[in-house]
Write a protein that binds this ligand. Structure first.
Ligand code: NAG
Ligand code: NAG
Ligand code: NAG
Length: 261
């Protein structure tokens, strides 16, 4: 894990822990909007597709009683891209701060691979459109042209796909079975298009600003190749914490019913 990423994750953890402090009495049931699935049934996989889509929707405004912060927007304190030693044609060092990502709660799970006995759940998720905004500070070069600025940046991502893999184990607490979430890896593996707009490049220069924005958008794949991994790590970390907090409080029989409901 890079130093920057470690920092991001550390900050995200602090935010989550603050939310934890605010939690009210410990609940022991999934909130009413959630969907329960049978544990060992031919329909379990398709049930989970719907249950995961519903859960993302329900998480939009967070679940304070579980110590789960709002997903709409997903807030990331800091993320940096750019390799100071790179000689690549697109060599931009960008610090993004106060990143807010909108519409993740509209993502749909379209496929779930499942091994109930091993507690391995691998959802595929897709989302038509994501909007994000952040503060940026940029320095570097794009196709030999210097690029510098600081201000607001907005992002539009079209048709983003990801694959998660949650692993866990069954543990006993007070004579009840619970799922202990061990890991949640997440990979972003498809994007149709990324559109970015940096405001205030070169202090708002009317010629250089649009020039750099055009070059950035013509080379969006290069930017995405640098953003993708830190972003997927942060999403995976957030999803793992969300899952941990849910499964920590709700007995397994109240999430995966032993018999079909
Ligand atoms: C949010 O995502 C949904 C489903 O993918 C999509 O239909 C909708 O247009 C998106 N909304 C925005 C504001 O991007
Ligand atoms: C980004 O942040 C790092 C660490 O805080 C700093 O060293 C670097 O100069 C910043 N880069 C830009 C372009 O502001
Ligand atoms: C991003 O999408 C929003 C609506 O979803 C639109 O208003 C905005 O102009 C788009 N921004 C860019 C830079 O394409």
């Amino acid at each position: 894990m890079s130093r920057t990423l470690g920092l991001c994750v550390g900050v995200a953890a602090t935010i989550l822990l603050l939310a934890e402090d605010l939690k009210a009495a410990a609940p022991n049931k999934l909130p009413p909007g959630f969907k329960l699935c049978p544990r060992n049934d031919p329909t379990t996989s398709s049930c989970l597709e719907e249950a995961i889509s519903v859960a993302l929707h329900e998480l939009a405004s967070g679940l304070p009683e579980f110590g789960i912060p709002t997903l709409e927007p997903l807030e990331i304190p800091q993320l940096s891209i750019g390799d100071p030693n790179s000689n690549a044609p697109v060599n931009l060092k960008i610090n993004f701060t106060d990143i807010r990502i909108y519409n993740i709660s509209s993502a749909k799970s379209t496929n779930v691979k499942l091994d109930v006995d091993a507690f391995l759940i691998s959802p595929h998720v897709e989302i038509d459109s994501i909007y994000a905004e952040a503060h940026y500070k940029m320095d570097g070069r794009i196709l030999l042209i210097p690029a510098k600025g600081e201000g607001k940046v907005v992002f539009n991502l079209t048709n983003l796909h990801g694959d998660g893999a949650m692993t866990g184990e069954k543990i006993m607490k007070k004579n009840k079975e619970y799922l202990k979430v061990n890991d949640f890896s997440f990979e972003l593996n498809h994007l149709d298009k990324l559109v970015l707009h940096f405001e205030n490049l070169f202090n708002g220069d009317k010629t250089l600003g649009p020039t750099i924005n055009n070059l950035v958008n013509e080379n969006w794949m290069e930017i995405w190749s640098q953003l993708r991994v830190p972003l997927q790590e942060i999403c995976g970390y957030s999803f793992r914490e969300y899952a941990r907090r849910l499964f920590d409080k709700v007995p397994l029989d109240d999430v995966f019913l032993v018999k079909a409901p």
